[in-house]
Design a protein around this ligand. Sequence first.
Ligand SMILES: Nc1ncnc2c1ncn2[C@@H]1O[C@H](COP(=O)(O)OP(=O)(O)OP(=O)(O)O)[C@@H](O)[C@H]1O
Length: 259
Amino acid sequence: MNLIDTVNDVDARHLTKGTVISASGVSKEFDSGTTAVLDVDLDIADGDFVAIVGPSGCGKSTLLRMAAGLEAPTAGSIALSTDSVGVIFQEPTLLGWRSVQANVELCAELARLPKSQRRSRAAVAIDAVGLGGFEKQLPRMLSGGMKMRVSLARMLAKEPAVMLLDEPFGALDEMTRLEMQNELLRLYTARRFTALFITHSMSEAVFLANRVVVMSPRPGRIAADIRIDFAYPREPELRYDPRFTAHVAAISETLRGTE
Ligand SMILES: Nc1ncnc2c1ncn2[C@@H]1O[C@H](COP(=O)(O)OP(=O)(O)OP(=O)(O)O)[C@@H](O)[C@H]1O
């Protein structure tokens, strides 16, 4: 399932107007007996950028996988108002024998879009992630950051209304990570998709999101839902703003309080 970005077909009933993702009383107990997520209620409005932070193993990925339709809740329900969904994981999961261009076109190809449309969407997406000129390269010729850009472009080429991102920058070095955050924010500012973004980094969450949801240790529940009211576009210098630092400190404090 990790090989390509996926489209889900999760039940879209029970949604109130303007809500794009709605989780109601969602729990997940695996067959092993582990309860990963417990009684989560979460409504995400159209155009919201929601980051989820929480201790390792608290059920963040499980929640995202349920939103993507890759796992079913064992209690409650999770609904999306659209089937225009792109999912991106920590590993870029590119096909090694396909060029950058062919990797970016993959989802459009699977969706049987005509060649001309595939080409034009891929060209726009490749340009948007700053990979113009690398179209013919194979993944093994690219750095980790470039591979993640290809992965991002592949998702953008689908032009999804909802993006589910599971620690997409977690494996990158600090410099590349900050660059990718700037890039993603630029795209978000231009396109205003709805995003659910999982991260371990509190500063990444505050920089990107307009809401940061803090989860408790397993079984993961929502411990806090914090609004980040910096306007978009956000400039890299925001990271040095005392209000930014205060948000990060408050989230850190909240996380400590859940232990
Ligand atoms: N398929 C599975 N079968 C059994 N247990 C699982 C499965 N997937 C996840 N778990 C367990 O559920 C819990 C939550 O896992 P999950 O990956 O959702 O946490 P996470 O918050 O994303 O962790 P991390 O921050 O380390 O990536 C963990 O204890 C994990 O071992």
